[in-house]
Unconditional design. Structure first.
Length: 175
């Protein structure tokens, strides 16, 4: 039952979409006993599995902590607030769009979400670069290559993820 309340809280407080929720999910994952390295693995797995990041993360953590029932409970809990918000927003849309106070608040909530996304990126970056206790030049190269490929070459994130996976697989065979 505590898994339900944890992920219901994440669903209600997680603004900025799945990436915005990652900081909350990371914090709660650590409280539940996962390591930053396990969370980094979870995040990598999220990129390979179709679907929203928050739901995939909740399902994975639920599976680790409570098996099938845990994954069902966490998925329902993290999804439920979205249904509530969409229902309320559609009913009172005019109030939300015409209210200057709410409009300004949403701008700053988006800014806070960006800050949280950057904080998670730094945490995961540290785990990627120093995951085995020593600095990984290969990981740094993949980070730089992915940024370059995305921003300069306009490559699809799926392609970049697959290339990183292939490079990681091939690096296993290189001493």
């Amino acid at each position: 039952m505590s898994l339900f309340w944890i992920f219901l809280k994440i669903g209600f407080l997680g603004f900025g979409g799945g990436y915005g929720m990652l900081s909350l999910i990371l914090e709660e994952s650590i409280r539940l006993g996962l390591t930053v390295s396990q969370f980094a693995d979870l995040n990598a797995l999220d990129m390979l599995i179709p679907g929203p990041i928050a739901i995939n993360s909740a399902t994975y953590i639920g599976w680790i902590k409570g098996g099938i029932l845990g994954s069902l409970v966490t998925t329902l809990a993290v999804s439920l607030p979205s249904f509530v918000f969409v229902g309320l927003f559609s009913r009172f849309e005019r109030f939300f769009t015409d209210n200057l106070f709410l409009s300004n608040s949403l701008v700053l909530i988006k800014a806070a979400a960006v800050g949280l996304i950057i904080a998670v990126a730094l945490t995961l970056g540290k785990s990627s670069l120093w995951g085995a206790g020593t600095f990984s030049w290969l990981s740094l190269g993949v980070i730089i290559g992915s940024c370059f490929g995305y921003y300069k070459l306009k490559l699809n994130p799926i392609v970049l993820t697959l290339v990183a996976g292939i490079v990681g697989y091939l690096s296993y065979f290189i001493p």
